[in-house]
Design a protein around this ligand. Sequence first.
Ligand code: SF4
Ligand code: SF4
Length: 379
Amino acid sequence: MLYRALGKTDTAPSLLGFGCMRMPLNMNGTVNYDIATEMINYAIENGVNYFDTSCVYHNGHSEAFLGDVLSEYPRDSFYLTTKLPSWEIHSLAEAKSIFDEQMQRLKTEYLDFYLLQALNRHDWAKMKELGILEWCDELKKSGIIRNFGFSFHDNYEVFEQILTYREWDCCMIQFNYMDADDEHGGIKAHDLCEKLGVPLFVMEPVKGGSLSNLPADLNQMLVDINPIATASSWALRWVAGFPQVKIILSGMNNMDQLRDNIETLSSYTPLNEDEKSIIEIIKVERNKLVNNQCTYCNYCQPCPNGVSISRVFKIWNDYSVYNNREAVKWEWFTFPKEKKPVSCTYCGVCEKRCSQKISIREDLIDAQNILNPIIKDWE
Ligand code: SF4
Ligand code: SF4
């Protein structure tokens, strides 16, 4: 397993991080302890030492499971991360209460990393207003958390505001070859982390599994170059090629994925120029399946009613390109309601500014009609 030190510290997490948001489950939705324990043990035996969870994963079962299984190991043999769900917090007292429950479930006296989860413009303002930053600084001073960071879901402008607001120990963004040039982060976000020296943790390197199942003709292009490498391993190698990436989180839910990821990041070789050009062709081909030609430039903003037009189109287009229902379901469910098309009053201001002359109002309705039914059973 490869390890990348965080700055000048002696903290050296494994490049492959075990994301515990997609654990194997029983029929009743609880974590399947037998399979999941076997996976964690196998990961540790093969050098994985970084585990990431949140109280919202599997309704808290993910934290409880991780607390149980990791309590069998010396506490200083692994790094443990959990997160504060920023969108669910309405007071400092509520945050403190959630934190206490997290520590109990995780059976630990300290956390290696505590992240404000899924920050966006709205929740970032709220975190500042409620005094969450000062409280986390106090936790850090007392040693209960050792590193303080955030995970992120909004556009680059907001990312820049948050990252430059204070000194962070780490941050986590979605990063993969399909989203490399994305206005919501991508390589620009990586480069800013590099410039500021903030360790970058990556989520969704395989885009919620979407890049592990390519259409047959595109997959064949990879097979022609390397008949035994999986499509997922290509995606991980692409991400690992960026120096500021210190941890690549993968939400694995079976042993085959785990073995493949360990193998990829234990004997990693960067993509060569030929391989990179194949990835570029795949990007172009897949992007032909989008619903509209939104470039996510945000020239249409601000919307007087707060609709996050480019984000709605991104999720809608991703669904069309990858047909990955589970990934989209989570994203649409956690997307703030006030930014959804339901807030649109059809004023038309945005369409006058759109660089691509998109019928934004019509497309917002189409997007909503496709995406809302997917989360119906969660609301
Ligand atoms: S048409 Fe809708 S999305 Fe566009 S600016 Fe008006 S309210 Fe916002
Ligand atoms: S201006 Fe047009 S292309 Fe740009 S983000 Fe808005 S809808 Fe998309």
